[in-house]
Design a protein around this ligand. Structure first.
Ligand SMILES: [Zn+2]
Length: 262
């Protein structure tokens, strides 16, 4: 049984030069696939190259809500070209964010909706980011078509009440190590209720560093970054959270990952 990272950013300039080292470590640890998400135009070419040079890295191209206001005039054309020329690539990271200072939903929403439409047309695996906009996100997902295969809510931080309506629409929920931090108890009680057949696991590396006990891998010289190999620690955290043997969890998440990402 292998490990799978449903959402990370290996193209991030803080760790891009360490990708070879990460992929070698993936091989030693049994990490079989890792979904690399773009957030802005500068990322996309790098992600396409990573996908071509490493079988275990799955490219996903998208415009993040934080980056939506600065998008160039041809961002849609470039995305279409990338999705077309990278078969089985995902759509992401896309979403809504009312947490970031100066957010403007009138810019974010059309950017999100156009990318969601593209995911529907291609039945692509879409990775959705949401901060403090859960009500609006649910409204949009309930009123728009969603991809047949479902959609991923990455690092799920919504409420327990929203799990059922989102799952009904086809949601998968991925858990990051960040929620292992002591102050995140409220969130952990929500994560325990995720339907098991919709559970995925992610690092969001190099961000979302969890507590030390579950984040044993560090980059020398950059100790504050979340190392992608910490996916192994996030699995341990989730196994503990759910009171489930690690091997059983790995089997369940493998089934879910393959069903969703293909
Ligand atoms: Zn992310």
């Amino acid at each position: 049984m292998s490990f799978y990272d449903a959402h990370c950013h290996l193209q991030d300039e803080r760790i891009a030069s360490r990708v070879e080292e990460v992929v070698r470590l993936y091989g030693n640890l049994g990490v079989r696939a890792s979904v690399v998400n773009g957030t802005c135009e500068e990322d996309w070419g790098k992600i396409a190259r990573l996908g071509k040079s490493h079988d275990c890295l799955r490219p996903s191209f998208g415009l993040h809500p934080w980056k939506a206001p600065a998008a160039g005039a041809l961002w849609k054309e470039r995305l279409i070209e990338l999705w077309d020329s990278n078969p089985n690539s995902g759509v992401g990271e896309i979403g809504l964010d009312r947490w970031i200072e100066g957010y403007d939903l009138s810019i974010q929403e059309p950017v999100f909706l156009w990318q969601l439409e593209q995911a529907v047309e291609r039945d692509a695996a879409v990775s959705i980011h949401c901060l403090r906009a859960w009500g609006r996100l649910l409204e949009l997902l309930e009123s728009q078509p969603v991809p047949k295969r479902g959609f991923l809510l990455h690092s799920y931080g919504g409420s327990e009440e929203m799990l059922a309506p989102l799952a009904k629409l086809g949601a998968y929920f991925s858990v990051s190590g960040y929620f292992a931090l002591e102050r995140k108890e409220r969130q952990r009680s929500v994560l325990r209720k995720i339907p098991l057949d919709r559970l995925l696991i992610e690092t969001d590396a190099p961000d979302m560093l969890g507590p030390k006990e579950f984040s044993l891998y560090r980059f020398s010289g950059d100790e504050g970054l979340n190392h992608p190999a910490n996916i192994v620690g996030v699995y341990s955290f989730v196994a503990e959270l759910l009171g489930m043997p690690l091997e059983e969890l790995k089997g369940q998440v493998e089934d879910n990952f393959i069903r969703f990402f293909g």
